[in-house]
Design a protein. Structure first.
Length: 301
């Protein structure tokens, strides 16, 4: 990496508003998983997921801050602006999920049977988890593209929506594997194909943007993304019609939750979650298509 003649360390990485937000992210993230690991405790898949979120986000935030402070990000074969914008949006979604899940499953009003000290540690961890989400959301707000600004794609509304779309698809996949009985009809299998195809292409779009390899493509990246988004709207519209019909129509499924369905292992619950988030992603892709008509971006920032 060639020297630019300026100082070796970039103090703005920790003194700018975005830098301060990242320092707070590291502080709140470290505090959260330390409280849980020391006394709060966690168990089962939900607790493991929360701990993964906090440690993963902490590690990547430390990496980003260190690279910007030492200016070493110039040595990486990444589109740094796209990478940091994509991670900030992903961390926001992951941290808000953990901030909801942990208190929901581990915090209680009384002390029995875990003891008051453990309860207090869990309440404190939940508070810092909420603060962690706020700081990541603040970074997204500070770094997002302003109207008329030429910027990296992942900092635009469309770029940020791509992260949300992929995250929502992961929720759909989680519900699909939880005994959703999607293999019962060819029509519901088509819906799974729609979810899978759109998820894969969205991840590929994000990957090309983050790695800065869009210039190597033999087709215009920006136009191709818009065309794909239009196709995704049509595909999700078909799934939004087909899935509820074959799951909740009395001819194929059940319009009401069966009385004998156990909590947490009921196919009807999984089908309802999938239906809800199908409409959520349909709305996200429609918004993405609308915003993609108004943006101009570059891939190397």
């Amino acid at each position: 990496m060639e020297s630019s003649g300026g100082p070796y360390l970039n103090t703005a990485a920790v003194t700018s508003p975005v830098g301060i937000a990242r320092l707070l992210q590291m502080t709140f993230g470290c505090t959260t998983f330390s409280l849980v690991a020391h006394q709060g405790g966690f168990s089962a898949a939900y607790g493991t997921f929360c701990m993964f979120v906090w440690t993963f986000c902490f590690a990547i935030t430390v990496f980003i801050t260190a690279c910007e402070f030492t200016r070493l990000h110039g040595c990486l074969s990444l589109s740094w602006g796209n990478f940091t914008a994509a991670f900030a949006m992903l961390a926001t979604l992951m941290s808000v999920t953990a901030a909801v899940i942990y208190p929901l499953y581990f915090v209680q009003a009384g002390c029995y049977p875990i003891g008051c000290q453990v309860r207090d540690f869990r309440i404190a961890a939940s508070v810092f988890a909420g603060l962690l989400f706020v700081t990541y959301a603040a970074e997204v707000f500070l770094t997002r593209a302003r109207p008329g600004q030429v910027t990296s794609y992942m900092a635009t509304v469309s770029g940020l929506l791509k992260i949300v779309q992929a995250f929502v698809a992961c929720i759909i996949f989680g519900a699909l594997v939880n005994d959703s009985q999607y293999g019962k009809y060819v029509a519901t299998q088509w819906c799974v194909a729609v979810y899978s195809f759109c998820f894969v292409v969205t991840v590929v779009v994000v990957a090309f943007s983050v790695t800065g390899k869009t210039a190597l493509l033999w087709f215009p990246f920006e136009r191709s993304v818009v065309i794909y988004t239009f196709g995704a709207v049509l595909l999700y519209a078909s799934a939004a019609v087909i899935w509820p019909v074959f799951c909740f129509d009395s001819k194929y499924g059940s319009p009401r939750r069966p009385d004998l369905c156990s909590k947490g292992k009921c196919p009807w619950d999984s089908q309802l979650v999938i239906a809800i988030f199908t409409y959520v992603n349909l709305l996200l892709y429609a918004l993405d298509l609308a915003y993609s008509q108004r943006i101009r971006f570059v891939s190397h920032l």
